[in-house]
Write a protein that binds this ligand. Structure first.
Ligand code: M6P
Ligand code: ZN
Length: 182
């Protein structure tokens, strides 16, 4: 879709999510059935995991708003599929508008990093690092992502081997543990 070369100024706090949604150009919904092979256990195909609303910016960047439901598949917390960018130079900024979560990043050499991502916080994802966000709280986890228009999504490597680390509930707490299927 070709847009006019400006967008009106807009604010984006958790209270403004509906404004973002009403201006969005694209909507993605991921239920358990759309995430076969991503969780350790198979998810109920009808269970809503997350939704993504995208605004295609008029210039060099696009924006994504992810709303992830709280919950687990087995003992594993709800998460995005996770992806590398198709463009080797594309980096990304994530900001948490609401909720309590984490981000896991993995380089092409399988170096792994994980960081908390909570309301008011942000994370920089360098180019060449796959990234996945995880809701470890008990409310919606709402994230704003800003990325170059040419970023693209490459899910193949993650679909094949996953991330080295996964986030599971252990003794009632979220814990980052080695992925037994990696
Ligand atoms: C963020 C952005 C989007 C991405 C979405 C869901 O909003 O990074 O580009 O699509 O999260 O993540 P995934 O594509 O891994 O399911
Ligand atoms: Zn990305």
């Amino acid at each position: 879709m070709v847009k006019s070369n400006t967008l009106d100024p807009f604010s984006l706090h958790k209270e403004d999510v509906d404004t973002f949604i009403s201006n969005s150009d694209n909507y993605i919904i991921r239920k358990g059935g759309d995430m076969k092979g991503f969780f350790q256990e198979s998810a109920d195909p009808d269970k809503l995991i997350y939704e993504v609303y995208e605004i295609r910016g008029p210039h060099s960047t696009d924006m994504g708003l992810t709303i992830m439901k709280p919950g687990k598949v087995g003992k594993e917390f709800h998460m995005t599929k996770g992806h590398f960018h198709e463009s080797k130079s594309a980096d990304e900024y994530y900001f948490c508008l609401s909720g309590k979560g984490m981000i896991i990043m993995q380089s092409e050499d399988d170096e792994i990093r994980h960081m908390p991502l909570n309301e008011g916080g942000g994370v920089y994802v360098p180019s060449g690092w796959a990234h996945r966000t995880i809701n470890v709280g008990d409310e919606d986890f709402i994230l704003l992502a800003i990325f170059p228009k040419d970023a693209g999504h490459d899910y193949g490597a993650i679909e094949d081997k996953g991330f080295r680390s996964i986030v599971m509930e252990v003794d009632g707490q979220p814990q980052v543990i080695d992925n037994p299927s990696f």
